[in-house]
Design a protein around this ligand. Structure first.
Ligand code: HEC
Length: 485
C-alpha cells in the first residue's frame, strides 16, 4: 500500500496486464510448441528417401523458421517486457512478493531466454550452411531451452493460484525464499505444465497449418498433403488429454476457489460467475469446432485446405487459449496470491492492523498542504487547498483506487457507478460496511476482498462513491463551498 495507484479509466489496469499477457501467452506458447515442431519436422524430412519431397519439406521449414524467429524474437520479447512494466505499475505489492521469492527462478529464466533467442537466430541463419546434423542439434537446443522457460514461468504462475501450505506457513516471516522449491512445484504445477504443453503443441500445429495452407495444392499436391496431415496430428494430444488434465487441475485447486466455478447459480444473476461458466462453454465449443475443421477440412481434404480455413482455426485456437487463461485469472479471485494477498495488494494477515490504523496511514504519496498525509484532506471534488493548488485526489478516491481499482473502474469495465446505481448514500454506506465486515456467509467474500480501514475510511469511500453515483446538481457544490468560505 505504499505505492501510488495506477488508474486506467474505463479499461481498468487489470486489463492492461490482461491484453499484453494474452498476446504474449499466444506467442510464448507457440514459441515452445514451434520449438519442438521444427526439429521434429526437420528430422522427418531428413529421413525421407525421395530427394524431391525432402527438399520441398526443408524449403517449407526454412520459411516457417523465419516467421517463427520474427514472431517470437520480436513480438514475444517486446510483449514480455511489456508484462513487466504492466505488473510493476498495476500490482507493485504482488510483483515485489514474486521477485523476493523467485529472483533465482527468474535468473534461470533469463539464462534460458538468452539461449532460446540466440539458438532461434542461429537455427534460421544456418540452414544449408552447416552440417545438417549440427543444424538439427541447434534445433533441439532451442526446443530444450524454450521448454525450460515454460517450466519455470509455469511454476510462478501456478504459485499465484496455489502457493501451497509449505510456503504459506513461512509467508511474511522473511524466510519465504527457503521454500523456493515448494513454491515453484506447488499443487497446480504439474497439471498446468501438462495443460500448457498440450496447448503449445496445438498452437505449433495451427501455425504450421497456416504455413502449409499457402502451398499451391495444384502444383505440389504431395507436399501439401503430407505437411497438412502431419501438422493436424499436432492437435491430437490436446484433444485427447485436455479433458483429463483439466479435471486433475481442478482437483488441485482449493475448495474455496473451486466454489467460484459453480457460483453464478446461486448469486448475482448476470454476474461474473456465470462468466466462468460461459467461458467454459466457449472453450468447449471452440475446441469442438477446431476438431471438426481440422478433421474434415484439413485431414480429409488436405489439398483443398486454404488460408482462410487455417486462419479460422487459428482464431478459434487463440480464443480458446485466451479464455482458458482468463478463466484461471477469475478462479484466483479475490486473491492475487492465493490465500495470502488480495487482488488489491492487501495481505490477508494485515487486515486487522489496517482496520485499526486506517488505510491511508502509510500512503506517503497522498500530499496535502506540503505534508504527506492521509488525514486531513477535503473530500468533495473540485476543492482546492488553502494555497489554491488543486489536490490530486481526495481520501475517498485514494481508497477507491487502492482497494477497488484493481477490479473495478468507475464507468468502464465492472463499473461501480453502474453497479451501485439506484442506491442512495445510506444504501451505499451499508454495502461498504457489509464488505468491511466480510461475514462468513457473505456471498461477496468469495470474489471480493474485505473493505479494510477505519470508520472514517468507510465514510470517505462512501462519500466518494456516492458523489459518482448520485452527482450533486451542477452549481450546488460550488454554492456550498462559497458559503463555507
Ligand atoms: C478481487 C477483485 C475485486 C475487488 C478488489 C473489488 N471487487 Fe467489487 N466485485 C468484484 C466482482 C468480480 C464483482 C461481480 C461483478 C459483476 O457482477 O459483474 C463485484 C461486484 C461488486 C458490486 C456489485 C455487487 C452486486 O451485488 O451487484 C459492487 C457494488 C462492488 N463490487 C463494490 C466494490 C467496492 C466498493 C470495492 C472496493 C472496496 C470492490 N468492489 C472491490 C470484484 C472485486
Amino acid at each position: 500500500m505504499n505505492y501510488p495507484f495506477w488508474n486506467i479509466p474505463y479499461l481498468g489496469s487489470g486489463w492492461v496486464i490482461g491484453i499484453i499477457a494474452i498476446f504474449h501467452m499466444m506467442i510464448a506458447l507457440f514459441a515452445v510448441g514451434g520449438g519442438l515442431y521444427l526439429p521434429l519436422a526437420e528430422r522427418k524430412a531428413m529421413r525421407m528417401t525421395d530427394p524431391e519431397t525432402r527438399a520441398a519439406w526443408l524449403a517449407q521449414l526454412v520459411g516457417y523458421s523465419k516467421f517463427f524467429l520474427i514472431l517470437t524474437g520480436v513480438f514475444g520479447t517486446i510483449s514480455g517486457v511489456g508484462i513487466w512494466f504492466a505488473i510493476g505499475l498495476t500490482h507493485p505489492e504482488a510483483t515485489s512478493t514474486l521477485i523476493h521469492n523467485f529472483v533465482f527462478g527468474w535468473a534461470i529464466e533469463w539464462v534460458f531466454f538468452i539461449v532460446e533467442l540466440s539458438t532461434a537466430a542461429v537455427y534460421y541463419y544456418t540452414w544449408n550452411r552447416i552440417d545438417p546434423k549440427l543444424h538439427l542439434t541447434v534445433g533441439w537446443v532451442y526446443a530444450g531451452a524454450s521448454f525450460f522457460t515454460l517450466a519455470i514461468i509455469n511454476g510462478i504462475l501456478s504459485f499465484m493460484l496455489t502457493p501451497g501450505d509449505a510456503w504459506l506457513a513461512v509467508a511474511g516471516t522473511g524466510h519465504e525464499a527457503g521454500k523456493f522449491w515448494f513454491a515453484l512445484f506447488n499443487p497446480t504445477y504439474w497439471p498446468s505444465l501438462f495443460l500448457r504443453t498440450c496447448v503449445c503443441a496445438s498452437l505449433a500445429g495451427v501455425w504450421a497449418l497456416i504455413s502449409a495452407s499457402r502451398i499451391d495444392g495444384d502444383k505440389q499436391p504431395a507436399l501439401k498433403t503430407s505437411l497438412v496431415k502431419w501438422s493436424v496430428k499436432w492437435l491430437v494430444p490436446s484433444f485427447v488429454a485436455m479433458p483429463f488434465l483439466m479435471i486433475w487441475y481442478y482437483r488441485m485447486v482449493p475448495a474455496s476457489q473451486r466454489a467460484l466455478l459453480i457460483l453464478g447459480i446461486d448469486t448475482i444473476n448476470a454476474g461474473t460467475f456465470s462468466i466462468i461458466t460461459r467461458i467454459a462453454l466457449v472453450i468447449i465449443v471452440t475446441s469442438a469446432t477446431i476438431v471438426g475443421v481440422a478433421y474434415y477440412l484439413a485431414y480429409r481434404n488436405p489439398v483443398e485446405f486454404n488460408l482462410s480455413h487455417a486462419l479460422a482455426v487459428l482464431l478459434l485456437a487463440l480464443i480458446a487459449t485466451g479464455s482458458g487463461e482468463y478463466a484461471r485469472e477469475m478462479l484466483r479471485k479475490p486473491y492475487v496470491i492465493g490465500r495470502w494477498m488480495y487482488s488489491n495488494g492487501v495481505r490477508v494477515p494485515y487486515v486487522d492492523r489496517i482496520n485499526q490504523e486506517g488505510y491511508l496511514a502509510h500512503s506517503m504519496w497522498v500530499w496535502w498542504n506540503g505534508r504527506p498525509t492521509g488525514f486531513d484532506m477535503l473530500t468533495s471534488p473540485g476543492d482546492t487547498d488553502p494555497l489554491d493548488r488543486p489536490y490530486s485526489y481526495s481520501r475517498g478516491e485514494a481508497i477507491f483506487r487502492g482497494e477497488c481499482g484493481s477490479c473495478h473502474t468507475l464507468n468502464g469495465y465492472r463499473p461501480l457507478a453502474q453497479l451501485l446505481a439506484g442506491r442512495d448514500r445510506a444504501n451505499i454506506g451499508n454495502f461498504i460496511v457489509m464488505l468491511h465486515e466480510n461475514k462468513p456467509d457473505s456471498p461477496y467474500r468469495r470474489f471480493m476482498p474485505p473493505m479494510v480501514g477505519t470508520k472514517q475510511d468507510i465514510d470517505d469511500l462512501t462519500n466518494y462513491l456516492n458523489a459518482q453515483v448520485n452527482p450533486p446538481a451542477p452549481g450546488s457544490q460550488k454554492g456550498v463551498l462559497t458559503a463555507q468560505k
